[in-house]
Design a protein around this ligand. Structure first.
Ligand code: NAP
Length: 243
């Protein structure tokens, strides 16, 4: 049996197994783009993406070699990339004990910085090989990257690093590859957010409601469609950053 042909012009989405990442993968498939959906946990959503034609690749990006191994796996299935979207993320309050907090810091650093750094470097040739005039890298950060919440300081600091890395790659990979940042605000609460916390956040959000995954999908599509935008940091937060 001959091997499947390698994908051209594919869109890679990390952390595609649920919520925003899953929505982005579905949206890209619906617009006719080949999708490489990365996941850590094999969820029902990943089964659905696979059934819809996405190539699904597993990697734990907290592993020291996770990013390198994922880049290798992507090179095995694709000859060119239209976009690389760094969506995978770990989000939790900083632990009270410093020993535990350092463990979290290492994991946040690995997922938010080390793996995207490895993927951007090793996949740059595939992004340059994109047959369209421009290709894209997107770093999904957080409005907390600019205005940190001290309860989540380790998370915020590594997301700020991811944002800075985007600007360095925007300079380094221009003019072929555009590199931009999307900063979500309250898009989808976690199941552990209490009713009081949700109420508080929404009272500080000008538009007064959760954004929903569509808001990120629309922002991502707008960036991919815009040939003259790189090094931009775009909040999608209902105005929460102004509170
Ligand atoms: N939702 C919001 O309101 C909000 C607000 C601000 C910023 N953001 C940002 O927007 C993006 C999407 O948000 P979301 O709420 O959809 O995120 P989410 O529900 O926390 O999902 C994150 C994804 O990252 C994956 N992931 C976590 N650790 C990983 C690891 N070590 N290796 C590989 N994959 C790993 C998860 O896989 P598993 O299923 O295996 O855990 C999951 O698929 C994230 O970058 C987030 O920081 C979201």
């Amino acid at each position: 049996m001959s091997a499947a042909p390698r994908l051209e012009n594919a869109v890679v989405i990390t952390g595609a197994g649920r919520r925003v990442g899953f929505h982005l993968a579905e949206r890209m498939l619906a617009s006719g783009r080949p999708v490489i959906a990365h996941y850590r946990t094999r969820t029902e959503e990943i089964e659905r993406l696979g059934a819809a034609g996405a190539v699904c690749l597993q990697a734990d990006l907290a592993d020291p070699d996770g990013g390198l191994r994922l880049a290798d796996a992507i090179r095995n299935v694709a000859v060119s990339l239209r976009a690389l979207i760094h969506n995978a993320s770990a989000f939790e309050k900083t632990a009270p004990s410093t020993t535990d907090a350092l463990r979290q810091m290492d994991a946040f650093y690995a997922v938010h910085l080390r793996a995207p750094f490895a993927l951007n470097r090793d996949l740059a040739p595939l992004l340059r090989a994109c047959p369209e005039p421009r290709s894209d890298i997107l770093h999904i950060t957080d409005i907390y990257a600019d205005n940190p919440n001290p309860l989540f300081d380790a998370y915020c600091a590594t997301k700020a690093g991811l944002q800075n890395l985007a600007l360095a790659f925007a300079k380094g990979l221009a003019p072929k590859v555009k590199v931009n940042v999307v900063q979500p605000g309250p898009i989808l609460f976690k199941e552990w957010h209490s009713p009081e916390a949700r109420k508080q956040v929404l009272s500080e959000t000008l538009l007064g409601e959760e954004g929903g995954v569509e808001a990120i999908g629309i922002a991502v599509e707008a960036i991919l469609q815009n040939p003259y935008q790189t090094g931009a940091v775009i909040p999608v937060d209902g105005g929460r950053r102004l509170a």
